[in-house]
Write a protein that binds this ligand. Structure first.
Ligand SMILES: *Cc1c(COP(=O)(O)O)cnc(C)c1O
Length: 838
């Protein structure tokens, strides 16, 4: 990459992605050659791109391992409070480049590989096995920039992620991961089924089926601070004696087949999507992660130096040393599981165990959409986890006993229904002192007003809001290095670790040269993305058109349909008046639909059908193009976000808890069109509402409209343009071979539209016209872009994590002083690493 010119035409050395020194480049090359030779056993003549990728990854990994070991030694020595993040969400992003950036060696690697090949991207893009890391979890780990906590993330090691649109499996572990290391020495049993035996010494869960949980660790480096935390994933293994009965009677084949079935638990990971699927396998997975993780946490706790010389171990200090954060309701079983361990195994009396449990757990709630909330049938729970069900009943009973009569609104039904278990409220009861909502303020209001009203009245302090964030390393340095370096030249490099410093850019809002440079970077990113689209979709893209983008999971509440109606309206308007001036647009919509979510799949079908008509109409030409981005994922987000002019976040007010996509776009110099929902509200607060394109109903209006009764027909009758658009969809204009293809969408829009698409239609169209107007004036547009980037500082996940540390986990943020890496020590040296248990 060419370093952009400064005002004076001078080049300045920017080191946010590392510095290229002759030595560092030579070292990378040496490592690369060694790994190709010794690790991969290939020479240059026969090496495949995959070999090159692995050789590079191993070289980068060499820079990681000492830091990893040292970080863990440091935790072992200082014994700080440890924070554990339990999550079944798995948003993967590629690891190689992120690791290079955080270690400060990206430029050196770039240069080394450039000398060998031509662009590192070529290897990284094609062969990087999906890297690893779910979004929240990865930022959780890598963001512990200067926080004195010892975080762990636990998850499943699933071999296939369900790729929802085509439902093809994306087996990112088939070729192995260069980062991951198996830890068979910490393999742990997980029990299922069986029955509860009541003995004199308490309840016993017996006759269970056992599956083993094998841990795999993946390192996650902090940004240039010598810290390497790790994420532990669990993989299911059948025990050696699994179904030995069959084996003994000679049915060897059946025994082997059954082993395979047992290991299915971690073969597929359900996508996280605000959509509850309710499969037994999912419940098994949830318990699998929880049971393995809690054993692991307790083992580590018992092995640590707690309270100096306690001979007999006790759990009194557990909550002082352990905080467990539950990401959504998926790992909720951790609560009855810890109770089971404390009461049944450790023989701690119920009230005391309950106190420990309450102090240990906090829970992050992300949604109040009813279709997202988990409700497990009691008979399934009874069969799979009989002891846990008893414990849940008991927690419920004790809670109700405590309430007395004052809270008559809180019936037994709220916690446990006859046929289902609604776990969100349950969590409210048990997340003791420090519970947490990660919801934006607006959802807090919903909570307070409706669903959790009884709970928040009861214990106000339990509820708090934490604004989400994104990591500026991945979402700026990695995906948009040109913009990152341009900013660094203006305001220095410290913004990478302290994003609030972006405010300093406000000085340059009227700086012509800066305006020019900012729009030049955007134009180059658009050019690159246009080439990608042309290659993948065989559609001619006009790089001067406005890139108008909505990429996120497909969901009714996110209202991709509203966007689609606007596309059709634009199409109709060009067709009617082809001579009229029109601000050209390339509209990109992308996202996956959850398996089994019929309406989401129909919405995709509608978008692609509209795209077919629009893109092939010669009268439309380069004025309007519509692309549906398939297989939207982190690596694709990294391409599209830096190239976006207009970013759409148009959910019905009161439905999006936060969103993080909106923040990524803001940081990368896109303007937002959006409703007052989720983090849009805070973005408007930070940037000034006049610098976003805000439209539509607000929360109060939605509540008001609900009272009055939303009637879609009214809008259809009143707005002729809307009527035309809807009639086209209804009459098969976009699906001539099957005119009633979109009947379900039409029925929904008129009769069951919980998200009130028509109610915001008019305001949306008008707002889109304001967008087009401003876009015609590139200089004024870019000024607003600069104001938005300058206001994006709040949305760093560093800030989020610091708030969690202070307000929820009760850990002191302080600088980690992990020493720089060194050569491995001699085993007999007393400071050797042998006694460190990860
Ligand atoms: C950031 C991100 C999301 C979240 O997008 P929202 O607009 O907040 O829903 C979803 N998928 C991927 C791949 C992302 O990178």
């Amino acid at each position: 990459m060419v370093t952009p010119l400064t005002d004076q035409g001078k080049r300045k050395q920017i080191s946010i992605r590392g510095i290229v020194g002759v030595e560092s480049v030579a070292e990378i090359k040496k490592g690369f050659n060694r790994h190709l030779h010794f690790t991969l056993v290939k020479d240059r003549n026969v090496a495949t791109p995959r070999d090159f990728f692995f050789a590079l990854a191993h070289t980068v990994n060499d820079h990681l391992v000492s830091r990893w070991l040292r970080t863990q030694q440091y935790y072992c020595e200082k014994n700080p409070k440890r924070v554990y993040y339990l999550s079944l969400e798995f948003y993967i992003g590629r690891t190689l480049q992120n690791t290079m950036i955080n270690l400060g060696i990206q430029k050196a690697c770039d240069e080394a590989i450039y000398q060998y090949f031509d662009k590192i991207q070529k290897i990284a893009e094609k062969y990087a096995p999906a890297g690893l890391l779910l979004q929240l979890a990865s930022l959780f780990l890598s963001n512990t920039l200067c926080i004195y906590i010892a975080p762990f993330v636990y998850n499943l090691q699933a071999f296939y992620k369900k790729s929802c649109l085509a439902e093809e499996a994306d087996d990112w572990l088939r070729f192995g991961s260069p980062w991951e290391i198996a830890r068979p020495e910490y393999i742990l049993p997980v029990h299922y089924y069986g029955r509860v035996e009541n003995t004199e010494t308490g309840s016993k869960w017996v006759d269970t089926q056992v599956i083993l949980a094998m841990p795999y660790d993946t390192p996650v480096p902090g940004y240039m601070n010598n810290t390497v935390n790790f994420m532990r994933l669990w993989s299911a293994k059948a025990p050696n004696d699994f179904n030995l009965k069959d084996f003994n009677v000679g049915d060897y084949v059946q025994a082997v087949l059954d082993r395979n079935l047992a290991e299915n638990i971690t073969r597929v990971l359900y996508p996280n999507d605000n959509f509850f699927i309710g499969k037994e396998l999912r419940l098994k997975q949830e318990y699998f992660v929880v049971a393995a993780t809690l054993q692991d946490i307790i083992r580590r706790h018992k092995a640590s130096k707690v309270g100096g010389n306690t001979k007999r171990f006790n759990f009194d200090h557990f909550p002082e040393k352990v905080a467990i954060q539950l990401n959504d309701t998926h790992p909720a079983l951790a609560i009855p599981e810890l109770m089971r361990i404390l009461v049944d195994i450790e023989k701690i009396q119920w009230e005391k165990a309950w106190n420990i449990t309450k102090k240990t757990f906090s829970y992050t709630n992300h949604t109040v959409l009813p279709e997202a909330l988990e409700r497990w049938p009691v008979d399934l729970m009874e069969k799979l986890l009989p002891r846990h069900l008893q414990i849940i009943y008991e927690i419920n009973q004790k809670h109700l006993d405590n309430l007395g009569f004052e809270f008559s609104g809180l019936t037994k039904e709220i916690l446990i229904k006859k046929d289902a278990k609604n776990r969100a409220p349950l969590k409210c009861v048990l997340s003791g002192e420090r519970s947490c909502n990660d919801l934006e303020k607006i959802i807090m209001q919903i909570n307070d007003k409706e669903r959790f009203k009884d709970f928040s009245d009861l214990e106000v302090d339990k509820f708090q809001n934490k604004t989400n964030g994104i990591t500026p390393r991945r979402w700026l340095l990695l995906c948009n290095p040109e913009l990152a370096e341009l900013i660094a030249m203006k305001i220095g490099e410290a913004f990478v670790k302290d994003l609030s410093q972006l405010r300093k850019l406000n000085v340059f809002v009227n700086d012509d040269i800066f305006i020019r440079d900012i729009s030049k970077v955007k134009q180059e990113n658009k050019q690159k993305f246009a080439q990608y689209l042309e290659r993948e979709y065989k559609v001619k893209i006009n790089p001067a058109s406005m890139f108008d983008v909505q990429v996120k999971r497909i969901h009714e509440y996110k209202r991709q349909l509203l966007n689609c109606l606007h596309i059709i309206a634009m199409y109709n308007s060009i067709k009617k008046n082809p001579e009229n001036a029109f601000v050209p647009r390339t509209v990109v919509i992308g996202g996956k639909a959850a398996p089994g979510y019929h309406m989401a799949k129909m919405i995709i079908k509608l978008i692609t059908s509209v795209a077919d008509v629009v893109n092939n109409d010669p009268l439309i030409g380069s004025k309007l193009k519509v692309i549906f981005l398939e297989n939207y994922r982190v690596s694709l987000a990294e391409k599209v976000i830096p190239a976006t002019d207009l970013s759409q976040h148009i959910s019905t007010a009161g439905t999006e808890a936060s969103g993080t996509g909106n923040m990524k776009f803001m940081l990368n110099g896109a303007l937002t069109i959006g409703t007052m929902d989720g983090a849009n509200v805070e973005m408007a607060e930070e940037a000034g509402e006049e610098n976003l394109f805000i439209f539509g109903l607000r929360m109060e209006d939605v509540v008001e409209l609900d009272k009055k009764g939303y009637n879609a027909q009214e809008y259809y009758d009143r707005l002729p343009e809307l009527k035309e658009v809807i009639d086209q969809i209804k009459n098969g204009f976009f699906s001539p071979k099957q005119p009633d293809l979109f009947k379900d969408i039409i029925d929904m829009l008129f009769h069951f539209d919980r998200f009130k698409v028509f109610a915001d239609y008019e305001a949306y169209i008008n707002c889109q016209q304001r967008v087009s107007q401003l876009y015609q004036n590139p200089k004024e547009w870019t000024k607003v872009v600069i104001k938005n980037i300058a206001a994006a500082g709040k949305f760093s996940s560093d800030r989020t994590i610091k708030e969690y540390a202070k307000d929820i986990w009760n850990v002191e943020p302080s600088d980690l002083k992990i020493p720089p890496p060194n050569e491995p020590k001699d085993l007999l040296n007393e400071t050797a690493t042998a006694n460190v248990k990860p």
